[in-house]
Design a protein around this ligand. Structure first.
Ligand code: IPE
Ligand code: MG
Length: 255
């Protein structure tokens, strides 16, 4: 079993800028409702926000952006809405993939392929293949993703390796386990942002969020843009990240 090299928490960026930002894109439905529009128009406006945010991120020192587009729980929405959400990657890649490719963005879609149409799987695999060589910026799109399912699948794969005699239970540590997740190879998120006023993770990056700062913003995703991202970064910069340790001054005081 090849566990991808995953940077550990020691690899977190120095200073006050997050290397990896993750965003729960939320509030599309409420945005549409406020305007008396059908929900699909909220989702389409949300694609514009994604476009704005991806454009702004590299200039703000961000190297990795992971966005939550469709959760495994979203299948319980009405069929028409699910169909609209399933059409969003195509809508986004049709207009943006060429530019992402040229600008050095590596695109990965994390989540289960089962349940997606063959066309969508092809579209996703093509986007990944076309941008696989890029190194300027990393865009991870969580689509048909659920963190508990991802963690469970990783545990199952490791158990199968043990059952087959290729691994010993004592081989497993946090670094190896992280390498079995869909986010293998990405640094852990430093900052997780959720707009729309909701304050929960909703099954997003549960393992990876161990030391992430959480910022909740009272803006609906279709209204999100560079100024909101900058505000989230300012809040991040004001946080005191200690990774369970104590700050240098307190070490001196304790000594
Ligand atoms: C985000 O907007 C899109 C997805 C979760 C797929 P919502 O559709 O959740 O919008 P609200 O929460 O109803 O406003
Ligand atoms: Mg929502």
């Amino acid at each position: 079993m090849a566990a991808a090299e995953t940077p550990t928490f020691a690899g977190a960026p120095e200073g006050s800028r997050p290397l990896h930002v993750a965003i729960v894109m939320d509030g599309n439905g409420r945005w549409a409702k406020q305007r008396g529009l059908p929900r699909p128009l909220g989702h389409r406006a949300g694609v514009e926000s994604l476009r704005r945010t991806v454009s702004a991120a590299p200039g703000l020192g961000i190297g990795w952006l992971t966005v939550f587009g469709f959760s495994t729980e979203n299948w319980s929405r009405p069929a028409a809405e699910v169909a609209e959400l399933m059409a969003l990657p195509k809508r986004y890649f049709e207009t943006d993939l060429g530019r992402l490719e040229r600008e050095g963005v590596r695109v990965r879609v994390i989540g289960q392929r089962e349940g997606l149409s063959q066309d969508l799987v092809r579209l996703v695999e093509d986007a990944q293949a076309r941008t696989a060589h890029n190194t300027v910026f990393n865009l991870n799109i969580a689509f048909n993703y659920g963190s508990q399912a991802d963690i469970t699948a990783a545990a199952r794969r490791f158990a199968e390796e043990v059952a087959a005699g290729r691994r010993d239970p004592s081989d497993l540590d946090e670094t190896m386990f992280a390498g079995l997740l869909a986010t293998a190879g990405a640094p852990p998120p430093d900052l997780i942002v959720r707009p729309s006023g909701e304050q929960r993770l909703s099954n997003f990056l549960l393992w990876e969020a161990a030391y992430a700062e959480l910022v909740f913003q009272d803006v609906l995703w279709p209204d999100y843009g560079e100024e909101h991202l900058k505000a989230a970064l300012a809040e991040f910069a004001a946080r005191d990240r200690r990774y369970g340790a104590i700050v240098a001054d307190d070490v001196l005081a304790a000594g």
